[in-house]
Design a protein around this ligand. Structure first.
Ligand code: ATP
Length: 313
């Protein structure tokens, strides 16, 4: 075959490939070929996978389905997830991402930032600001329904919060780009002590954890709760301007929830559930408060490494 004909043939194939986006999308991830969010599927996923978080499940389900079904949202969806370490904030974000994009957290349209990893040096603030704004702008231009997850939000420099604020607001367009279909998820431990206090009060008065209502958490997640240096100025500055749509409280996990996490991990590793090992792993965890020992101080976070000890063959 002579080179010119081969070149033309290749160009032809390429053009038809590009002009048939649907064909292209069979092989590559496309923004407009995302999964359509199904309420029942999201609910089933949350019910099956996320333990002990009846409040978080409810808020996530309603917030997400409401937002996705709205063809013209006035602002991007902003969820602020709060709670003790290892209680499922990252895990819940993963479930959200998987319900919106097949690739979940690995999708090209889902972006995870970890404050201490991506923005470690306060001296580089100006650079980080520019990069972050360019990154958000570029990605939302390419796909309006992009998801941005900011972990360790309480460790983010206030200047960086200022940099993302314009994207969270009620603007139709910012420099020609509309951010109204994007989703921003902020994760932090801010407010965790107060959330725990509420859960502990319920436990002490013999009431079921599932009886805790969102309104019981309101004082724990109010502006005043965050208006101190430790909790981070970021929060109040976003709340003041009504830029956070939903606060999602994560309750501290109890002994029975740790056991559930161990069982899931055993099954994921292909083992039969051995209740004796489940109990031993859960017993190795540490609990607080000191006297009552109700809540796991690391949530489900370290149960998996403890399991390694029993399966080291
Ligand atoms: N409520 C839960 N239900 C089921 N599994 C959970 C739950 N909480 C934590 N896990 C398990 O523990 C792992 C670690 O939890 P995750 O990273 O989501 O905690 P986190 O709340 O984001 O913690 P941190 O505040 O330290 O970032 C998860 O990947 C998941 O496997």
């Amino acid at each position: 075959v002579e080179p010119i004909s081969l070149g033309l043939a290749l160009a032809g194939v390429l053009t038809s490939y590009i002009s048939y986006p649907r064909l292209y999308c069979l092989f590559a991830e496309c923004c407009n070929h995302k999964r359509s969010l199904r309420r029942e599927e999201l609910q089933r996923d949350l019910d099956r996978k996320l333990f002990g978080q009846h409040l978080a499940k409810k808020v996530i389900l309603n917030a997400l389905t409401g937002f996705i079904s709205n063809p013209k949202p006035k602002k991007p969806l902003t969820l602020s997830m709060h709670g003790w370490t290892g209680t499922g904030k990252n895990f819940a974000s993963k479930i959200i991402a998987e319900n919106l994009y097949e690739g979940g957290l690995s999708s090209h349209f889902v972006h995870l930032f970890v404050a201490t990893l991506h923005f470690p040096h306060a001296s580089n603030l100006t650079l980080y600001k520019d990069q972050l704004q360019l990154w958000i702008r570029g990605n939302v231009s390419a796909c309006a329904r992009s998801i941005f997850i900011f972990d360790e939000m309480d460790k983010m420099h206030a200047g960086l919060i200022d940099a993302i604020k314009p994207f969270l607001d009620y603007y139709d367009h910012v420099d020609g780009v509309s951010y109204q279909k994007a989703i921003f998820i902020f994760l932090s431990n801010a407010g965790a002590e107060r959330i725990t206090d509420v859960a502990l009060d319920f436990w002490r008065s013999g009431r079921r954890r599932e009886e805790i209502k969102l309104r019981d958490m309101e004082p724990a997640l109010s502006v005043s709760a965050f208006n101190n240096k430790n909790s981070g100025f970021w929060h109040s500055s976003l709340i003041d301007r009504n830029l956070i749509d939903y606060f999602v409280p994560f309750l501290p996990l109890e002994y029975k929830h740790l056991k559930m996490c161990v069982r899931v991990e055993m099954q994921a590793r292909g083992y039969d559930v051995d209740e004796d090992i489940v109990t031993r792993v859960a017993d190795e965890m540490t609990f607080f408060p000191k006297d009552e020992k109700v809540f796991s101080d690391k949530g489900c976070k370290t149960v998996f490494t403890k399991l390694d000890y029993y399966y080291d063959d």
